[in-house]
Write a protein that binds this ligand. Structure first.
Ligand code: SF4
Length: 396
């Protein structure tokens, strides 16, 4: 692929993009979308439209929407589809909330960035008519069990390549598919938390609650526009295998933090006066590991703690909690850690441009890494493309 087109080259966003769309007449030609796509994501400027058949390459991270001053680029809003499902008496609407939403939603209602509003978020969803509110942290725990088990297998058996890359960020997965297909065997085979939450609801939860899975409309509330793309991937229909119902999707709709805030305002709900509410049971409970998924380094930390316990049979030591070497907001952080008898070189990266830098270093440098976490957005999902717009804008 050719290098670096000038930022003045205009690239349309395809009308069938599942994550974002462009309102052309609002565009003020500031070039901020192209700048973030070039400098932070390492996508724009790596190709010409002649090479791609006039198709813009998009990893669906939504960072362009996050920086666009006049909202010319916006998320593909799905909250009206959720409203329609709620209005249908034959549907059961279940919303699962990602960890980063509960610390960002308050900002859309004038609260300090980072204010923890989990109880009000759950209450808001109930006030809007949602039947069940579940916590995606439940499936984040499942993801960690899978990622940690796979890491142990790779390190101890040598049957699969190292380093193992995380696979829970759909923006990063698409970037790897586009630019580094030779690395796909290195990506963990674990689905993302939302990728696991969807089929678990339509199988296990439906059975426990005696619900007809055909009536369930599964909605993910996320900080992430790339999840709108991810749920449409062909492999995200494990429920079909289980139930034998053609066309059934695991997760049906995705709405972002911004969309929920917009919906609440349209509905005239006073967010501040909502009394705190709790998640529904069975899939509303989780360990602390899932909670840290939302920040860069969180997946790595949770997986290493779990791997330590599996390898040694004892709880992870203090050193594997609050992993300072890989915490923080530098785009690439590295550490060497002892997990049982193994010495593991690990790295944590956010921004796919930084991922490209590290991958090229790995390819050319010869250092053996064992585990690399990549999240597309600045600071991880907390800076996702569907979050209130000022969040973490200065992360890098
Ligand atoms: Fe989505 Fe998080 Fe990846 Fe951003 S970092 S694309 S919010 S999964």
């Amino acid at each position: 692929m050719s290098k670096h087109l000038p930022l003045s080259v205009r690239v349309p966003i395809e009308p069938d993009n599942p994550s974002i769309l462009r309102v052309e007449e609002k565009c003020i030609r500031c070039g901020m979308c192209k700048q973030v796509c070039t400098e932070r994501m390492g996508v724009h400027g790596t190709y010409t439209l002649a090479e791609t058949g006039d198709q813009a390459i998009c990893i669906h991270c939504g960072q362009c929407a996050n920086v666009c001053p006049p909202d010319s680029i916006i998320e593909r809003d799905a909250h009206h589809a959720v409203q329609e499902a709620i209005a249908d008496p034959d549907k059961i609407v279940i919303v699962s909330t990602s960890p980063s939403v509960r610390v960002a939603l308050g900002e859309a209602f004038g609260l300090e960035p980072g204010t923890f509003v989990e109880g009000k978020m759950v209450a808001l969803l109930r006030a809007l008519g949602v039947d069940y509110v579940l916590d995606t942290n439940f499936a984040a725990d499942l993801t960690i069990v899978e990622e940690a088990s796979e890491l142990i297998e790779r390190v101890t058996s040598g049957n699969a390549p190292l380093p193992q890359f995380t696979s829970c960020c759909p923006g990063w997965v698409k970037f790897a598919e586009l630019y580094y297909p030779e690395l796909l065997p290195n990506l963990s085979t674990a689905k993302s938390p939302i990728g696991m939450q969807g089929p678990t609801i339509k199988t296990y939860f439906a059975k426990q609650k005696n619900l007809d899975p055909r009536k369930i409309v599964n909605v993910a509330l996320t900080p992430c526009t790339a999840k709108k793309f991810e749920i449409e991937r062909e492999e995200m229909c494990a429920s079909v295998d289980y139930h034998g119902i053609p066309g059934m999707r695991d997760m049906d709709l995705v709405i972002t933090t911004r969309e929920l805030a917009r919906w609440a305002k349209e509905a005239g709900i006073d967010f501040h006066s909502l009394p705190d509410a709790s998640y529904d049971d069975i899939m509303g409970r989780a360990s602390g590991a899932g909670v840290i998924f939302g920040n860069t380094g969180g997946v790595m930390e949770a997986a290493l703690r779990t791997a330590y316990e599996y390898l040694t049979g004892t709880p992870a030591p203090e050193a594997l909690y609050d992993l300072q070497p890989v915490r923080g907001y530098d785009g690439i952080r590295e550490a060497t850690l002892h997990v049982g008898e193994h010495e593991l070189n690990v790295a944590v990266v956010y921004g796919t441009a930084n991922a490209r830098t590290l991958i090229e270093r790995v390819k050319n440098g010869g250092k053996q890494y064992h585990f690399i976490e990549v999240m597309a957005c600045p600071g991880g999902c907390i800076g996702g493309g569907g979050q209130p717009k000022d969040l973490l804008k200065d992360a890098d």
